[in-house]
Ligand binder design. Structure first.
Ligand SMILES: Nc1ncnc2c1ncn2[C@@H]1O[C@H](COP(=O)(O)OP(=O)(O)O)[C@@H](O)[C@H]1O
Ligand SMILES: [Mg+2]
Length: 318
């Protein structure tokens, strides 16, 4: 777990980049830091691996202050991915990925195995091992950057706009792949982005920053359902209700099934989003049964879905 405890950063020129931010990132979760350019995302994140020294407050990892940890040890246990990742151009892909394992003194065989395993995980062909970064596409390079950060199995990975430089399609692919990878690992991740959609998609929780302050820290559906103020609501955008439909699952709104109700031909699953549910309701009628493990466990109607978005919308407008 990472704890930021009233951290504050004032740069040498007097800029207050981060002002009294406290937040906890539970073990194994991904937290996205989002907000407009200059709001303090990078500063907040780099205080965790001490690339930025804290002015006031503290950061603790598993209860231990990072001030009490040797900075080299600290960074070896924290993977770091940045945009345009800075792969070493004169080193092969395998060598780039092996940097931290190398520092840790892993033997050749173990490094080789790890490189092969990671290439498979990030879906790159094994023959890129001996190639140089210049031979790879932007998306492939970014994948290598992610692999490099994961190489020595760090407990924490920090990612600063890792997919920011990619075209939308490649970006979407990499986001999906990374979500898949993250499900298999138990790494604690801080992920910086200025893109609210990316923040909502990638984060178990989302921290919205403004002018160095933490405005709201919530799970995506709570952020969408109850933005704390107009700034957050505006930042989410006018399509907030549509985003909400994507972020809320059928399980959260379904009612008990009617006695004797059948599964029908194309029932919903509790894990479907309300977006999927609404689309099916438009096609197949209302209400629709919800089926899990072959059993009807509930039903959902258009009104149930509307009630959720209405209720949440009116909470915001008050
Ligand atoms: N090394 C620095 N010296 C002085 N000011 C800085 C430095 N780095 C960042 N800042 C300022 O601190 C604020 C937050 O920057 P940053 O954390 O990079 O924001 P973000 O990542 O959200 O764009 C900005 O006003 C930025 O100009
Ligand atoms: Mg930044």
């Amino acid at each position: 777990m990472i704890e930021l405890d009233n951290v504050r950063k004032v740069y040498g020129d007097g800029t207050v980049a981060v002002d009294d931010v406290s937040l906890e990132v539970p073990e194994g979760e991904t937290v996205t830091l989002v907000g407009p350019s200059g709001c303090g995302k990078t500063t907040t994140m780099t205080m965790v691996n001490r690339l930025t020294e804290i002015t006031e407050g503290d950061v603790r990892i598993d209860g231990e202050s990072i001030q009490d940890t040797d900075v080299i040890d600290l960074r070896r246990n924290i993977g770091y991915v940045i945009q345009e990742i800075g792969l070493f151009e004169h080193m092969t892909i395998a060598e780039n990925i092996s940097i931290v394992p190398d520092l840790r003194g892993w033997d050749e065989e173990r490094k080789q195995e790890r490189v092969e395993e990671l290439l498979e995980l990030i879906q790159l062909p094994q023959d890129v091992k001996t190639q140089y970064p210049a031979n790879l596409s932007g998306g492939q390079r970014q994948r290598v950057g992610v692999a490099r950060a994961m190489a020595a199995e760090p407990d924490i990975i920090l990612m600063d706009e890792p997919f920011g430089a990619l075209d939308p399609i490649t970006r979407d692919e990499l986001q999906d792949e990374f979500l898949d990878i993250q499900q298999k690992l138990d790494t604690t991740i801080m992920f910086v982005t200025h893109d609210i959609d990316e923040a909502l998609k990638m984060g178990d929780r989302v921290a919205v920053l403004r002018d160095g302050e933490l405005v709201q820290y919530d799970a995506p559906k709570d952020l969408l359902g109850s933005p704390k103020n107009e700034f957050v609501a505006n930042f989410i955008g006018e399509d907030r209700v549509l985003k909400q439909l994507s972020a809320v699952t059928v399980r959260e709104v379904m009612n008990a099934p009617q006695v004797g109700e059948g599964a029908g031909e194309n029932p919903l699953s509790p894990d479907d989003s309300l977006k999927v549910a609404l689309q099916r309701i438009f096609q197949q009628g209302d209400p629709l049964p919800v089926v899990e493990d072959g059993e009807v466990v509930g039903q959902v109607s258009e009104a149930d879905i509307q009630a959720v978005t209405d209720r949440r919308t009116s909470e915001v407008l008050q």
